[in-house]
Design a protein around this ligand. Sequence first.
Ligand code: UD1
Length: 420
Amino acid sequence: MGSFFIEGIRNLEGIVEIGGSKNAALPIIASTVLSGREYIIENIPDIEDVRMMFEILTSMGCIAQFENGLALIDTRGLNTHAVPEDLVKKIRSSIILMGAILGRTGNVEVAYPGGCEIGLRPIDLHLKGFKKLGVSICEKNGILYGKVNNPAGCEIQLDYPSVGATENIMLFAVNTEGKTVIYNAAREPEIVDLQNFLNKCGYKVSGAGTSTIIIEGIKNVPTDTIDYKIISDRIEAGTYLSAATTMRSKIYIKNIEKSHFKSITSLYEDAGCEIREAYHTIIVTNERRIKALEKITTQPYPGFPTDMQAQFMASMAIADGTTIIEETVFDSRFKHVPELQKMGADITTIGRVAVVNGVKRLHGAEVDAKDLRGGAALVIAAIGAEGMTKVNNIYHINRGYEHFMDKLRNLGVIITAIEE
Ligand code: UD1
């Protein structure tokens, strides 16, 4: 699984270039299955989750390869509607293929994803949406079997603005005849990116970025080659911003979309970081120990993202004062807390609430990454910790951060990796 060794207490200085958004890339890659054609997609992040998604497409008869951020995908050869079970287990977000495969072939067979590192991740909202759109679904021995019976556009009210459910329903509805309206849809920028991609492919989607998405189903779209550029990763950018708060820093975070990033930057500004904007770059200056914030609560976009909760906690662990962090999106997303405690953090949790009493300094320790963002948080904590920290299971981090070690080294972090 591999480990990072980080030697703490080095000032951060330099430029970090943000890659393509993981959470935009994965659904867009899934949606290439909808119509058999060639795609050239730019700004694809070089991460394990993308590699896994490509492996799934390849195993289903498609061609999918990428180099230097450029992906070439050809889905004309899709020869099955069954997604390999072992691969689904490795990448939970592969459930997003369900809508696209149903739309293309009329059938789907995919393993039920079950829970994961950050808690139960049910898909009832996805399934309810499909059923309303005319798909029959049954489950046998952990495998979901979906069959399109009487497809027709309809109105779908989501009980929660689930990102995955919104995307899956969009992917099926775009080539289901009739008009589909999704109410209480997720509003994340990644949903807007998916809409833009689908429209480029010839589908008709509007409203993404608001709570109501309108889809005019189109059965046959042209099959000319599509080229598209994925938006940059606001969570990756937020992670480096968070790293900058642990030490005296001046870093340039390049290639970002500032409007996607507001709920993150505003909190760090409140904590005392100076953030200046210049074109697609922000300049982060941190001169002194940051201040605790009274309370933050994770929420669907445009609220503070659950994907930044762990990194923010690492910042607050050494802030001046006490911060209360409430996680409202997932039920089990505090697995980084015991690891931060090993480094001297003073954090108490009660259910989904963490009380973080900032300490002056953390100290190095051997800790385990339990999930993607929690793992990144441990590396951030290590940057501001006295002595050496060993972060184990860095596989989790590599799932979602491209060239993490190299990008940190460019900022002056002393970090090495070993394979185990
Ligand atoms: C979530 C985040 C998204 C982030 C992604 C990767 C939110 C709202 N979503 O998206 O920003 O990029 O993780 O870490 O912040 N739920 C159900 N039934 C369903 C689907 C979801 O009960 O059918 C619940 C989940 O258990 C969870 C919440 O809804 O508590 C949000 O889930 P959802 O947005 O679907 O998760 P992701 O798509 O993984």
